[in-house]
Design a protein around this ligand. Sequence first.
Ligand code: GRF
Length: 203
Amino acid sequence: MITIAIFVSGSGSNMVEIINATKHGILKNLARVTLVISNNQSARAIAKAQAYNIKTICIKRSEFNNENDFNKKILKLLVKEQIDIICLAGYLKMLGINIINTYKNKILNIHPSLLPKFGGKGMYGIHVHRAVYESKESFSGATVHFVDENYDTGQIILQKSVSINRNELPKDIEKKVLIVEHTIYPQAIKHVITNYLKISGGV
Ligand code: GRF
């Protein structure tokens, strides 16, 4: 069984979809979510994870003297909890290079656009959908990708598009894209786990 840690900063709807997929969906008997980490004590995702009896921890950058100590603390925790795969689900902080190197090709992120379009620093949440709207795109969508040391540039695992009607505003696009995110995130995790199991010869 693969152990997943989910990193969150906000509402946690993708987190809930992943947890549900491990309980009664496509990740059943393959993976379980054993840890939820947030940098934001008031993230709604924390209470949601606790309702599933999942261990939650809030680690704030402001409690450390520097970035290095902050990232060391997170990595130590991941190792102690024997985490195999990390899923970023609306986590608004960049992971430290120590974590990225230790978990190479085992950290996934979901982004609410068809990367490489509308990615990069500052492109998160409604900012993405506003940019899509202003560019008068006929399509948007969601992308699950591996995390590397830059924003939204890691290898793409899965993408799904949605069409945009002329009258749809950024909020409407956001809603439409979120529905797609909920479907593709568990699928992408399954894909990664299946390959991971193949490489490691089973867990
Ligand atoms: C999603 O749109 C995701 O793509 C982005 O942040 C949002 C998180 O939503 N990275 P939720 O917290 O999963 O509801």
